[in-house]
Design a protein around this ligand. Structure first.
Ligand SMILES: *[C@@H]1O[C@H](CO)[C@@H](O)[C@H](O)[C@H]1NC(C)=O
Ligand SMILES: *[C@@H]1O[C@H](CO)[C@@H](O)[C@H](O)[C@H]1NC(C)=O
Ligand SMILES: *[C@@H]1O[C@H](CO)[C@@H](O)[C@H](O)[C@H]1NC(C)=O
Length: 445
């Protein structure tokens, strides 16, 4: 059985990779800049934008969600599938099933022996990894490590107090729910009426999500109650996919997406534009409402996937790879003659860059590339980038903007606020993190 499925799998990989070479780079538009990672063949086999039901989800100790499907893992919200045995070799060695039933990150700082261990459940066995290494003595039987918890689980999620009454792990099997008390090892069986059977579950940004099919529901971990309009489409919120249907609400999805922004800027009038994948959100000055549209519709030449954007003298500068697309602000945004221009000619730096911004009433562009921040006098010709400083707090940022109240740096789901560029460059500690979806876009969940 195992041999047969592996052979079948290998044939498919070969057949698909063969077809891929002949078909050229179809479907490459979703690859973005991260499209060159490993697991290339594996990625062809599984495309999460097709709408797949995940077997298990766990957030690593670095905060990156890993989605497992068959023998593959998707790391984060975008990028290709990799073979899970490349990251967790022993799952394969000891057990040749090629799938994970359930996974979770044990996160209890006062339980140092298990804190930040990732647990995988496969059939009757449990595997514990710490810092991506299998702990000695594992795999063990589920009944030994979690007495009272059945084999062949569907999902598991960690639930620290006060989310659950006491520190617990919630296990799911069919419609049976088991609250496993981490301290007393007591098991409380529950039924979560009104909640679908979960095939995977995870805790993310203090919320609990149950996945079923390619949809998900947010639930109360104590009672299983689902509040609000669920289920929702997993691809809208937890995956970076372009189009996969016409029925989705762009505004709701873009405001609430947990996928990082590509770029953001505020123009001279105070209108804000935020870009992600193929879409952008716009908020006009003095209006709390966000509108969303495709980049294609308003910035046709740019198409999608911007690296950085900044506003200067009533123009939007959009940087993509080593080109700058310049639009005059207004309805419609008009693409300037002679644009796109080489990045080198506009900012004097080599692409790709991560972020750029101009603070109000200045003519200095602050350009972020990796951990280096350059300033570029936009009035000078040719432009001369001067190294302004480097970040020690962040290894990479996704986007940045500057407004009357200072600089905002965006990374993952969060943004960080600094009074000024100077304060940002001098900062010795990462300031309070703000949730982008909630605090900037006003998403209520
Ligand atoms: C991982 O699994 C694939 C497919 O089953 C196999 O071809 C490969 O040799 C495995 N790699 C490792 C490192 O075990
Ligand atoms: C949920 O799981 C139970 C078994 O525990 C099963 O009887 C029921 O049909 C499942 N519901 C759905 C919608 O699959
Ligand atoms: C605010 O913005 C929304 C979305 O763009 C728009 O529909 C609405 O008319 C605007 N309201 C005002 C008062 O301009």
């Amino acid at each position: 059985m195992k041999l047969l499925s592996q052979t079948l799998c290998l044939c498919l990989v070969l057949a698909l990779s063969h077809a891929h070479h002949h078909a050229g780079h179809q479907g490459g538009e979703d690859e973005g800049h991260e499209g060159h990672d490993h697991g290339h063949h594996a990625g062809l086999l599984l495309d999460r934008c097709q709408g797949i039901e995940m077997d298990a989800v766990a957030v690593t100790e670095e905060g990156i969600p890993y989605f497992f499907k068959g023998g593959h893992v998707f790391k984060g919200f975008h990028g290709k599938a990799e073979l899970s045995n490349e990251s967790f070799a022993e799952l394969d060695d000891h057990h040749h099933l090629g799938h994970v039933d359930a996974a979770f990150l044990m996160h209890f700082p006062d339980k140092p022996t298990e804190h930040d261990h990732i647990f995988f459940m496969l059939d009757t066995k449990v595997f514990s990894y710490y810092k991506h290494q299998l702990e000695t003595g594992f795999p063990k039987d589920i009944s030994e490590v979690f007495p009272g918890i059945p084999d062949h689980l569907d999902a598991a999620v960690v639930c620290p107090a006060p989310d659950c009454e006491e520190d617990a792990v919630i296990f799911f099997k069919g419609d049976e729910i088991y609250h496993y008390n981490v301290k007393t090892k007591k098991v409380e069986e529950k039924k979560f009426e009104g909640m679908p059977n979960c095939t995977s579950a995870f805790r993310f940004m203090e919320h609990y999500y149950c996945f079923h099919g390619h949809q998900f529901s947010k639930f109360d971990p104590k009672t299983g109650e689902v509040h609000g309009r669920y289920p929702k489409e997993a691809r809208d919120y937890f995956m970076k996919c372009s189009k996969f249907g016409d029925t989705t609400d762009h505004i709701e999805r873009e405001r609430c997406s947990r996928v990082h922004l590509d770029a953001i800027t505020s123009d001279d009038a105070g209108n804000i534009y935020a870009f992600r994948g193929h879409h952008f959100l716009e908020q006009d000055a003095g209006n709390d409402t966000w509108a969303a549209d495709t980049i294609e519709s308003d910035f046709k030449e740019l198409h999608s996937e911007v690296d950085a954007t900044f506003s200067y003298e009533n123009h939007l500068y959009m940087v993509k790879d080593d080109k700058v697309y310049i639009y005059k602000v207004g309805e419609p945004h008009t693409h300037l003659d002679g644009s796109p221009k080489p990045l080198k000619e506009v900012l004097g730096v080599e692409g790709p860059i991560d972020a750029a911004f101009v603070c109000q009433d200045h003519h200095i562009a602050h350009v972020i590339k990796g951990q280096t921040v350059y300033d570029v006098d936009l009035k000078a010709s040719p432009p001369v980038p001067v190294k302004e400083g480097s970040f020690t707090l962040f290894n990479k940022v996704d986007a940045a903007m500057c407004g009357p109240e200072g600089v905002k740096l965006f990374k993952g789901n969060h943004y960080f606020h600094f009074q000024s560029v100077k304060v940002m460059l001098m900062a010795k500690a990462i300031p309070e993190e703000h949730k982008t979806a909630l605090e900037l876009f006003g998403c209520d969940h």
